[in-house]
Design a protein around this ligand. Structure first.
Ligand SMILES: Cc1cc2nc3c(=O)[nH]c(=O)nc-3n(C[C@H](O)[C@H](O)[C@H](O)COP(=O)(O)O)c2cc1C
Length: 481
């Protein structure tokens, strides 16, 4: 089992640190950031973070891990309130002061308040899909002007937060949370409409989780037992894995062992939808993922979701998502952000300053043709390079650079997507210590920052990866100000 400890209050930094430890890509935008695991040794999937306003952040997990992962989280000086909903799979949860772990499984709502500075351990399973929505409220940062006067909305729980008590609630399966939480986890649009969808789904999920909490002790009007609902949840997993096949109520009733009427009631209760509408929505959701992540034709998508008519598919897709599938794919692909890759390496000793200048001049014009911009720092016998541009071009170039025998000991410092470029105009600029970093027309600010950074024992500092991490942050801060 892999354990990762994060002691960090700032949500974005929290995710950034996690990305570094999991060797994942990290994308940062306005009010949202995303960690993307691209089938590396930890697994595959993404974790997204949104901060609708100070005091509230939303984390969504959609992962398949290769090894069990235990996340140890401490939010210093706060008693955070977690509202966690498990859409798929299960995970284990424990506060450091507790002996027993609790398993929270699919369809369950966990509302939990820790005491101050308490370590919160969350263990995610290996080799099984896990989808979670996690809403975190930090009482201290929530002010009374927060949207919809949230503080008064969460009344009694906030009282407990004020008293500094720890508190836990795990709801039953009968709740109306899933459909909202699913939108939250599966919405990957980062444009304005995407953000509005996320924000709306956050409030809807929060409201449904609080409703579930409030209704727990009220009489249960529905004549469907928890174990029957469990069967429906399993049935949904089966349907989602077999969307290309037609399903009839009779077949599904038989498979779940429930009468057709009970099956409909349970779907209505869990999803507020009939069985047929629910299956239709599952098909559309799957098709949306295929549009976003593959180049396969619309006809093949229709085959994979078991819809025979392309025009019918386009019509219902537009009804749900507001645009035709091909237009949706086009705008999704167009919104590709800048991909950045940063590494450090050791220059070969024989490499003269003139040869480095020549290398940079050639690279400058080659990069411009590929839409790549960046900088190369030559400091002592160290190279540090930041390149940015279309992802496939940057990765192809990095392969070549990696094979270049003019340098060795190449260490990747960071790769991921950014909303904007750091360098607008330069294909590649050279920043060299040979003339005191001075005779170049890059930002004056950056120049001064670098000089102060390299004061002290630079010879030792530049051997340290953290020095170069700081250099990267300095460049980004000064150049994007
Ligand atoms: C430290 C270092 C940085 C480099 N940066 C770039 C660069 O930004 N762009 C580029 O086209 N080549 C760069 N190169 C050169 C490439 O490794 C490669 O030689 C060049 O792309 C020509 O490859 P080709 O002849 O296979 O097209 C760099 C080489 C080194 C040693």
């Amino acid at each position: 089992m892999k354990t990762i400890k994060i002691n960090e209050n700032r949500p974005t930094e929290h995710l950034r640190k996690l990305a570094l430890q999991m060797d994942a890509d990290f994308e940062e935008g306005f009010g949202a950031s995303s960690l993307q695991l691209k089938d590396n040794r930890y697994g595959e999937g993404y974790m997204n973070l949104y901060e609708p306003f100070p005091g509230m952040n939303v984390r969504t997990y959609n992962l398949i891990l290769k090894e069990e992962l235990s996340l140890s989280l401490t939010e210093h000086g706060y008693s955070p309130l977690y509202l966690i909903f498990c859409i798929e799979g299960s995970y284990r949860h424990r506060y450091a002061s507790e002996k027993q772990e609790k398993t929270v499984s699919q369809g369950r709502n966990l509302i939990s308040l820790s005491s101050k500075n308490e370590e919160h351990l969350m263990t995610l399973p290996a080799n099984r899909p896990i989808k979670l929505s996690v809403i975190v409220l930090l009482r201290k940062n929530l002010n009374h002007e927060s949207r919809g006067n949230l503080v008064s909305v969460i009344r009694d729980i906030v009282m407990k937060m004020d008293e500094g008590e720890s508190y836990q609630f795990i709801g039953g399966l009968k709740n109306n949370i899933e459909r909202h939480a699913k939108i939250l986890v599966e919405n990957r649009r980062t444009d304005l409409a995407g953000k509005l969808i996320t924000e709306a789904a956050t409030y809807a999920t929060l409201a449904a989780q609080l409703d579930d909490h409030d209704n727990e002790n009220k009489a249960n009007e529905l004549d469907v037992s928890d174990s029957e609902l469990d069967r429906v949840v399993k049935l949904c997993s089966y349907i989602s894995q077999n969307l290309e096949r037609p399903h009839t109520i009779r077949e599904l009733a038989h498979k779940s062992g429930l009468y057709p009427k009970k099956l409909q009631d349970a779907f209505q209760y869990l999803f507020n939808e009939s069985v047929a509408t629910c299956i239709k929505n599952m098909k559309l959701e799957k098709s949306k993922v295929l549009l976003e992540t593959t180049d396969i034709s619309i006809s093949s998508i229709c085959d994979q979701i078991g819809i025979n008519s392309k025009s019918y598919y386009s019509k219902i897709f537009k009804e749900k998502y507001g645009s035709l599938p091909k237009d949706y794919r086009f705008s999704f692909n167009k919104s590709e952000n800048t991909f950045e890759l940063t590494y450090k390496s050791k220059a070969q000793l024989y490499l003269s300053d003139t040869e480095v200048a020549e290398l940079v001049a050639n690279s400058d014009s080659a990069n411009k043709k590929l839409g790549i911009t960046g900088c190369l720092i030559h400091f002592g016998d160290e190279f540090f390079q930041l390149i940015e541009g279309p992802k496939s071009n940057v990765l192809k170039l990095y392969e070549k650079i990696n094979d270049d025998n003019r340098h060795t000991n190449i260490e990747l410092l960071w790769k991921g997507v950014r909303k904007e470029r750091v360098f607008d105009d330069w294909g590649l600029i050279l920043i060299s210590d040979r003339r005191g970093f001075e005779d170049h027309n890059y930002s004056h600010e950056l120049n001064i920052g670098m000089k102060s950074l390299v004061q002290g024992d630079a010879k030792i500092a530049i051997r340290d990866l953290r020095f170069w991490q700081r250099m990267r942050h300095l460049i980004i801060d000064r150049m994007t100000d």
